[in-house]
Design a protein around this ligand. Structure first.
Ligand SMILES: [Zn+2]
Length: 290
């Protein structure tokens, strides 16, 4: 039924006025996009810098990816699950591919809450939450995760919320400060939740001062999770990796989800990745579906 498209976008071919307008605005829209239409080694290319890509990605700074290592419930069930969480703001949820969903909470507070609990259960199906980044690939897991950081013995003048945020921002994106820290109820230990790259060694100290005077402030990280450089997943070390060492995989049915067929399951490793949200106080123990 669909006629072949006319090769030119001109208006002399019986095209409606609307079609011509649409064609014009499409060109205008192309102009507004970022990047230069070009060639790269003889093949079509959209040339833009990493910085420009970051600009494009800026609206997604609160985006998370939910991965379903075993089975993914229907999107209807997934959306219901997010409604049941009672988040403070809007949260769009969409399918990325068969195993991954994109979660876009508007509020940073909701983002932090979702990100802080590494594994959620949607209708009993585990969903592992990770940060969405420009480099998201479905077979890798970003190594940036929220980590509670303490600054033991931090001098009192640095306890103001702004100052603690500033100090912690030397380590990564700051998500929140322990409420006891910013009002000096517990001046001995200031704690801040920061996004850190756990594929690297944890930072042990920060220099505070200038060239003339300063001091090293100790940094203590809580529950620094293992990161496997072999399969790019948080929660286990390379030496414990089932993918690298299939012989390590326990035989028979697994304890946590006996109904699941073996294919690509990683039950023990998921379990290891949990429990990072200690100290967070009354983290809502909602574990999803019934
Ligand atoms: Zn691994």
């Amino acid at each position: 039924m669909a006629a072949p498209k006319p090769p030119d976008l001109g208006d002399g071919n019986g095209r409606s006025f609307a079609a011509v307008v649409a064609a014009r605005s499409a060109a205008a829209i192309v102009d507004e996009g970022i990047g230069e239409i070009s060639l790269y080694r003889g093949e079509p290319a959209l040339r833009l810098s990493r910085q420009e890509m970051q600009t494009l990605a800026a609206p997604y700074r609160n985006a998370l990816v939910g991965r379903f290592p075993s089975i993914r419930p229907s999107m209807e069930a997934v959306r219901k699950f997010f409604v049941s969480l009672g988040l403070k703001g809007e949260c769009a949820v969409g399918l990325l591919d068969q195993r991954h969903i994109l979660i876009r909470p508007v509020l940073e507070e909701d983002y932090t809450r979702l990100f802080l609990r590494r594994t959620w259960f949607v209708k009993n199906a585990p969903m592992v939450v990770a940060k969405w980044t420009l480099d998201f690939k479905s077979n890798q897991e970003p190594s940036v995760v929220p980590i509670w950081v303490a600054f033991p013995g931090l001098p009192i003048p640095f306890f103001g919320k702004n100052q603690i945020f500033k100090l912690a921002a030397t380590l990564g994106r700051v998500l929140k400060v322990d409420s006891a820290s910013s009002d000096l109820r517990r001046p001995s230990v200031a704690r801040v939740l920061v996004e850190m790259d756990v594929s690297k060694e944890p930072v042990k100290r920060i220099y505070i001062g200038d060239d003339d005077y300063g001091f090293w402030q100790a940094v203590e990280v809580e529950n620094w999770p293992a990161f496997c450089k072999f399969c790019d997943r948080v929660g286990h070390l390379e030496g414990d990796c089932f993918k690298k060492n299939p012989g390590l995989k326990p035989s028979g049915s697994n304890r946590e989800n006996p109904r699941r067929k073996g294919k690509e399951s990683e039950p023990r490793q998921i379990a290891l990745g949990e429990g990072r949200d200690n100290g967070e106080g009354p983290t809502n123990p909602t574990q999803g579906g019934e």
